[in-house]
Write a protein that binds this ligand. Structure first.
Ligand code: GNR
Ligand code: NI
Length: 171
């Protein structure tokens, strides 16, 4: 099967609030597989289902370094149940905003509860890249992009640039 396309701003679908998964069944496992395929191909370290056009609360991630073995992780219906008062600044990028990187301030640590691919309830205490990535992906599930955490000036500039590119591509 062909690799699924990753949606790019200003695609309106990226602003949808994704629906919770009711049952972790074969269709969700198939979706996760398609997400990994698109994520590894891009390549990226995380992906929310809406980035391939599916408005459901599924996130894939692999934070392994290039020389390490794959570490595929799936987070279903992820929910932040605690975040630290302490914040940290991390440079972020997004496959839906190609080639744009900016530092974003977020809580340094979060606790996230989620379902795994077997439908079991799990909880993770995340810091560093995992905390950043989980918050970035959970934002996607709520129709929020990392540029929404920047100044309005920077955000408007980025949206304008990608709107122009999309219009040129449509000519
Ligand atoms: O590949 C990605 N890298 C990344 C780097 C810093 C913070 C977040 C990310 S997630 C991003 C892939 C993506 O767009 N996920 O939604
Ligand atoms: Ni993203």
């Amino acid at each position: 099967m062909a690799i699924r396309d990753i949606l790019v701003i200003p695609d309106k679908k990226l602003r949808l609030v994704s629906q919770p998964v009711a049952n972790v069944d074969g269709s969700i496992r198939k979706l996760a597989e398609e997400m990994f395929e698109a994520m590894y191909d891009a390549p990226g370290i995380g992906l929310a289902a809406i980035q391939i056009g599916e408005p459901v609360r599924v996130v894939t991630m692999d934070l392994a370094k290039k020389d390490e073995e794959k570490q595929p992780q799936v987070f279903i219906n992820p929910e932040i149940v605690w975040s630290s008062d302490e914040t940290s600044l991390h440079e972020e990028g997004c496959l839906s905003i190609p080639d744009y990187y900016e530092e974003v301030k977020r809580p340094a640590e979060v606790k996230v509860k989620y379902l795994d691919l077997e439908g079991r309830l799990q909880e993770v205490h995340a810091r560093d890249l995992l905390a950043t990535c989980l918050q970035h992906e959970i934002d996607h599930l709520n129709g929020v992009l990392f540029i929404d955490h920047l100044s309005k000036l920077k955000r408007d500039r980025v949206i304008k640039k990608y709107t122009k590119i999309a219009k040129q591509a449509a000519e």
